[in-house]
Design a protein around this ligand. Structure first.
Ligand code: GLC
Length: 800
């Protein structure tokens, strides 16, 4: 394996001096004497693309990651030169390209401060055997620089000092530091001098990132083939970097249906039908909210995708309907391996149509997965994706399945070296024919995409729901995801927390972990603590391998059941708040979970924090990560925070102890926030929402909050039928004013808001609604709570 990035390495080749410069609109190309071309594309004022060829000819410009919807256009572009370099200036960035060797340095256009600079810059090794180059880039780490991102890496938030590999891998029972695991997201953000930028290395070959591990002050990345092709994305705020990266690789194509944000129950496996019913009934009997129930591989006939085991599930359509009548959406697993069986119609069809992957010399790619020996559809072929998408008609349209869970799509192959396809397997790669070396990291993504196409087609006019295990950059456009086969240990709870934050920082917010752990069995305490964390993850599902015992909310005795119920209920109350965070994510690429460093990068204390995170915009949460704890120390970001439970106020910018017995966890609300809440429901849509609470946390100063709502499913919201309320809170010593500005055409079903005022420093004397004083009795004013029409635009609470 070629890992060396050192200058001394004798195989390294370098560009020589520039002999030609050309500008074609926003594409600048610099040709060196030895035939290297650097093409710099100005995508936006803050987004530059750098692409190098060593042969004088670029490959066909094709990417699965970059979306056609990405924003383009810039306000300013100027190219000048001096003796030593070309100088590219946009409204946000200045980039120097050295005439000597194509090395680049990038500066903030405003104050000219250095953001990122090449060390060796672009260099490469020829790779005769594979017919390409190992392409490399090295940069100088700036003083105090930290690094974040890279998808699902199970290590501390800050990546500095470590080396990583991107090669999508089935990783049963992975642990802290296992690398690589299920996802390949070659995007990181660098942070120094209070400024953040991102680098997205859009290369699907096996790639590596080294953050000052091999050499103390050098950050490098390289890939075993393809082009050196990366995007530089400037902030200076990390949240802007992530939003811009998400804009480039795509936001989810639609809002998730609200029910998908409810609680999901899964196990390998619930069968037969009577067992499924027993589980769902228990949820309703015990009044633990739940929206989705999963069928793992045993629902199929001999693990053949798109079939049913008729002994276990004699009438799936009836069962799915009965579950639906009780508020449960049925979600089924679909894997890529298609059993070799001439009596199995899907296999036969795939074979006849030539849709399965083949080895370089002609035979089919044969590999063992759950059904035994299988062939695998080439999802990189658009025709195959189309075919695959149509296979969902019966499941979705006929039977009524509401979501599909794609697993083993790394692709995982059992009992072989590398646990996947060998390198020589051929792929269509959307007409850019390739070997598996290039297609491996996007195989799972293309499967999830094809599944998404099917779900979208057959669920319409409802919104599709897909879950995938494997992913490459851009997969967030189609699907949600989970962190794979973790273990029921305390350390894994910590890892799950960081992985979810990291995925959000990597543009992929619809993420969760197997709550309680997949392998082995948690005790009640661990399960309860994990549920507490899980209700703050965008995707909230308990899943377990099942062979170690039960893992339902009631499996650990009444005490634990009560804790679990309490937290799942909180999740359901916070649904409008979470939905609003999703709306920001889907609309603007704003990550749903914010690591503290992303929340406040200027505060150096945040740069190495792992456990605390911001959920949405206003809620600070921090899980308890060990046994027998009655609380913990945690860091509070600068500002004032209300304890969610007792409303006491903590001054941020420091670590403090927080009490948290097993039925509690550290949850804090940013002062000035207005948090919307729905009544508890057993599932989304159980009740018509007739009342919405607004919890108002007083602040001496200003704070904005918002509430997004729509029909909770369907596409009317894209035609303006949504309701967006922007709250503007202004508090002073003896007054609190809330203004609401409404946009959108959706009429919410409720009439009134229940407003709960917390932390008022004064006793309420009078209240004006839209500038008219209203008798406190008419507002049912009691204990700082009041009921007011949702149509108000201005509420003034006056002190004595
Ligand atoms: C894989 C999945 C797991 C699933 C199992 C059986 O291990 O990661 O979630 O339950 O396969 O399908």
């Amino acid at each position: 394996m070629i890992l060396n990035t050192e200058l001394e390495y004798k195989g390294n080749l370098f560009p020589s001096k520039i002999v030609k410069y050309e500008k074609n609109l926003n594409v600048l190309s610099f040709t060196s004497e030895n035939g290297v071309i650097l093409e710099v594309t100005i995508r936006r004022d803050s987004v530059l693309r750098f692409r190098y060829t060593t042969t004088g000819i670029f490959e066909n410009d094709f990417s699965y990651a970059i979306t056609k919807y990405a924003s383009r256009g810039y306000n300013h572009l100027e190219v000048t030169e001096n003796e030593k370099q070309y100088i590219i200036t946009t409204a946000k960035l200045i980039c120097h390209v050295s005439k000597l060797d194509l090395r680049t340095s990038i500066f903030d256009a405003k104050d000219k401060s250095l953001l990122c600079e090449d060390e060796l810059g672009f260099h490469w090794e020829e790779s005769y055997e594979h017919g390409g180059d190992v392409v490399k880039m090295s940069k100088i780490a700036q003083p105090g620089e930290s690094y974040y991102g890279l998808g699902d890496k199970p290590v501390d938030n800050n990546l500095k000092g470590k080396r990583f590999e991107n090669w999508v891998t089935d990783s049963y029972a992975y642990g802290r530091g296992t690398d690589p695991i299920y996802k390949a997201i070659p995007f990181y953000t660098g942070l120094h001098s209070k400024r953040s930028y991102g680098i997205f290395f859009d290369n699907t070959f096996r790639s590596f990132f080294d953050f000052c591990s091999e050499r103390r002050n050098i950050t490098s990345f390289w890939a075993h083939g393809g082009e050196m092709n990366y995007y530089f994305i400037y902030g200076p705020e990390m949240s802007e970097v992530v939003a811009n990266y998400t804009d480039l690789t795509g936001k989810p194509h639609e809002m998730p249906a609200l029910w998908t944000l409810g609680y999901h129950q899964c196990k390998w496996s619930y069968y037969p039908e009577s067992n499924v019913k027993e589980i769902t009934k228990k949820f309703r009997d015990l009044k633990i909210p739940c929206d989705a129930i999963y069928l793992d591989i045993d629902y199929m006939e001999g693990f053949r995708c798109f079939t049913w085991n008729k002994q276990y599930f004699p009438d799936p359509k009836r069962m799915v309907k009965e579950l639906a009548d009780d508020g449960f959406k049925t979600i089924v697993i679909i894997d890529p391996g298609i059993k070799i069986d001439m009596d199995y119609s899907i296999f036969k069809e795939g074979l006849e149509k030539n849709y399965f992957c083949k080895r370089a010399d002609g035979p089919y790619m044969k590999g063992k997965v759950w059904p035994g020996e299988c062939y695998f559809p080439d999802f990189t072929n658009p025709e195959v994706r189309d075919w695959w998408s149509n296979l969902f008609q019966e499941l979705v349209e006929e039977i009524g399945v509401k979501g599909v869970w794609n697993d083993m799509n790394e692709p995982a192959v059992m009992d072989v070296p590398g646990k996947s396809f060998p390198d020589d397997v051929r792929h269509n790669y959307d007409g850019n024919f390739s070997s598996h070396r290039k297609a491996h990291n996007i195989y799972g993504m293309q499967m999830a995409r094809a599944t998404y196409q099917g779900l979208k087609k057959f669920s319409y006019p409802k919104r599709p729901f897909v879950i995938t295990r494997a992913a490459y950059s851009g997969t967030q456009r189609y699907t949600s995801s989970w962190t794979g086969d973790n273990i029921a240990t305390w350390d894994h709870l910590t890892i799950a927390n960081i992985q979810a934050q990291r995925m959000c920082m990597s543009g992929f917010s619809f993420i969760g972990s197997d709550i309680g752990g997949f392998a082995e069995q948690p005790n009640g305490e661990l399960y309860a603590r994990w549920i507490q964390l899980g209700i703050f993850h965008p995707f909230c599902r308990t899943h377990s391998s099942g062979d170690h015992g039960d893992q339902e909310p009631w499996a650990f005795g009444e005490n634990i059941t009560n804790v679990v119920r309490k937290f799942i209920e909180l999740r359901y109350q916070l649904l409008p708040y979470l939905y609003t965070a999703f709306w920001r994510y889907v609309g603007e690429g704003v990550p749903i979970l914010k690591s503290l460093v992303l929340f406040d990068q200027a505060d150096l204390h945040t740069h190495y924090r792992n456990d605390e995170f911001i959920f949405g915009e206003k809620i600070l949460a921090c899980p308890i990560t060990g046994p027998n704890q009655k609380g913990r120390r945690m860091y509070f970001p600068i500002g004032k925070w209300y304890n969610f439970w007792d409303k006491t106020v903590v001054e941020g910018g420091q670590e403090s102890w927080v009490d948290a017995d097993l039925d509690s966890m550290p949850i804090f609300i940013k002062e000035g926030a207005i948090i919307p809440k729905y009544p508890i429901q057993q599932y989304v849509g159980e009740k018509e929402i007739t009342e919405v609470s607004l919890d108002v946390y007083y602040k001496n100063g200003k704070e904005d909050s918002e509430l997004y709502e729509d029909a909770n499913d369907g596409y009317d919201y894209t035609k303006g039928r949504y309701s967006l309320l922007k709250f503007n809170l202004v508090g002073s010593e003896n007054k609190l004013i809330i203004r609401i500005h409404k946009t959108g055409k959706y009429i919410t079903p409720y009439e009134m808001f229940n407003i709960n005022l917390f932390g008022l420093p004064f006793e309420v004397d009078s209240i004006k609604v839209d500038n008219e004083e209203v008798d406190l009795k008419d507002l049912s004013f009691n204990n700082n709570s009041l009921v007011v029409t949702k149509e108000f635009t201005n509420l003034q609470i006056m002190g004595k």
